[in-house]
Design a protein around this ligand. Structure first.
Ligand code: ADP
Ligand code: G6P
Length: 455
């Protein structure tokens, strides 16, 4: 049995808080019997020659191999094609997509370079697992170089209906490149169905048979997260928050500042709730924790301005000398502190306009106190809504419905909260991230031994 080679645009370098996140830990677990993790360092190379140099770091029996990108790569491959063409299209936002031939050329150039340099490090019996939209053509490039290894792909974000996919100028070429994979994993059955329909629309069924495509809903480290949350109330940030609330109810939103997350719409729904239920004024606080992301992309600059403006407008309209309705923070928070904030919150507001899975919804549930759990208000357009059936499901575009769900959540009696929470927690306990990882790898290679995360 060869090693597992994981490839993703982001590689945990030990520097970012995301390094301790569910995905990083899950994949580290998958690599526990020895493996390689390959991708972008997150750094910029001073020139083209420097972008050819691999930097490797060994951590236990895992080798992390990373490459820098040039300024031009960053512009064309990362900000351009990945985040201004593919990201909006795959999230159903044709209106926000920007298509430029040079961005596509840069995307292919980086995928080719990654393939060339990765091929030198791969052994013939290694299994390769490629992640996310930045690296769709990577397997085809590896095949061109003669690699015959098993190669799987997992898309962390949604796959839209065939008509939306067809708006991408290179849709047919890029779709054909999936031929090089032995297994294509998507988040939900809906995404898998859309993908299979896109293949059929292009008449590519012979190249990409439906048997190669399946849903593998990603999850979190449920047990570990729940354990962290159970003591997280002592974290200084959680204590500070509890004091500042002065007995008020708390609703929480935690998202990257991305237009797919529907943060502005969510604030609008909260405003509608305050309008509809005057008795709630002064008695509830909505905390939105939102680190900035991809700030050089114009659509992200725009959303930053919009969200700040909406928060200001609602606070201006409803706030009082001793009560600010929306607490808005642009920062990342350490995992232990985040778990503490989730646990304090009476309501988790997770209302993306479109999301592949949304792990925040799962983390919120895992962090709750069984004796007094909070209520999850969840968008029906998040992949997690297919599993989190105890949530109050909402259409995030519908202010009245979402405002009514907020009202219902804040007033929900304990026995109903517990009944809803138990079912969701049980689902997360039996379908954690280890289960996701193992079911993908077993489907890719049925003879692979089952791995356990080293504890
Ligand atoms: P996405 O992958 O689109 O950002 P997810 O909800 O699936 O959305 O995953 C986001 C991850 O990032 C979660 O693990 C969440 O805890 C983490 N995260 C989001 N916002 C913050 C924040 N402000 N501080 C720390 N971690 C955060
Ligand atoms: C989503 C994507 C990931 C990406 C992450 C953060 O979760 O699916 O591939 O790494 O967002 O975005 P960033 O652009 O900072 O890597």
């Amino acid at each position: 049995m060869g090693r597992l080679v994981v490839v993703s645009n982001r590689v945990p370098t030990g520097m970012r808080s995301a390094d301790t996140g569910g995905l990083a830990t899950a994949l580290k677990g998958a690599l526990s019997s020895g493996g390689l993790w390959f991708g972008w360092s997150g750094e910029i190379a001073p020139d083209e020659a420097a972008a050819e140099v691999v930097r490797s770091r060994i951590d236990g029996n895992i080798v992390f191999s990373v490459l820098d990108l040039t300024e031009q790569d960053l512009e064309e491959y990362y900000f351009g094609y990945s985040n201004r063409s593919l990201w909006p299209i795959l999230h159903y936002r044709i209106d926000l997509a920007d298509f430029r031939r040079e961005h596509y050329a840069g995307y292919l150039r980086v995928n080719r370079r990654f393939a060339r340099i990765l091929a030198e490090q791969v052994k013939s019996n290694d299994t390769i697992w490629i992640h996310d939209y930045h690296l769709i053509p990577l397997a085809q490039e590896l095949r061109r170089l003669g690699l015959r290894n098993k190669i799987g792909f997992f898309l962390h974000i949604p796959w839209p209906s065939p008509d939306i996919w067809a708006a991408l100028p290179e849709h047919r070429k890029l779709l054909s490149s999936f031929e090089a994979y032995d297994l294509i994993g998507l988040q939900t059955e809906f995404d898998a169905e859309n993908f299979i329909q896109s293949v059929a629309r292009e008449g590519l069924e012979a190249l990409i048979p439906a048997e190669k495509v399946a849903a593998f809903p990603i999850s979190i480290e449920t047990k570990e997260f729940a354990a962290v949350a159970s003591t997280a109330g002592n974290h200084p940030l959680a204590r500070k928050l509890a004091t500042s609330l002065r007995g008020r109810k708390l609703m929480i939103g935690v998202d990257r500042l991305d237009y797919t997350k529907g943060i502005g719409q969510r604030m609008g729904c909260f405003g509608r709730f305050l309008e509809m239920v005057p008795a709630a004024r002064g008695k509830v606080v909505y905390l939105q924790v939102t680190p900035k992301t991809r700030s050089e992309v114009p659509e992200y600059m725009q959303i930053q301005r919009e969200v700040a403006e909406i928060a200001g407008r609602i606070n201006g309209a409803y706030g009082d000398i001793d009560w600010v309705p929306i607490w808005y923070m642009n920062r990342t928070i350490r995992r232990e502190a985040l778990a503490g904030l989730y646990r304090l919150a009476d309501v988790g507001l997770v209302t993306p306009l479109r999301d592949g899975m949304n792990l925040v919804a799962k983390e919120y549930v895992a962090a709750q106190d069984e004796a007094d759990p909070g209520v999850l208000v969840l968008s029906r357009f998040a992949g997690s809504s297919h599993e989190m059936d105890g949530a109050l499901l909402v259409n995030p575009y519908d202010e009245d419905e979402t405002a009514a769900a907020i009202e219902k959540a804040l007033a929900m009696p304990l026995d109903e909260r517990q009944a809803r929470w138990r079912g969701m927690f049980e689902r997360l306990r039996t379908h954690d991230v280890e289960c996701w990882r193992e079911s993908f790898l077993r489907a890719l290679e049925p003879s692979r031994p089952v791995l356990k995360v080293a504890s």
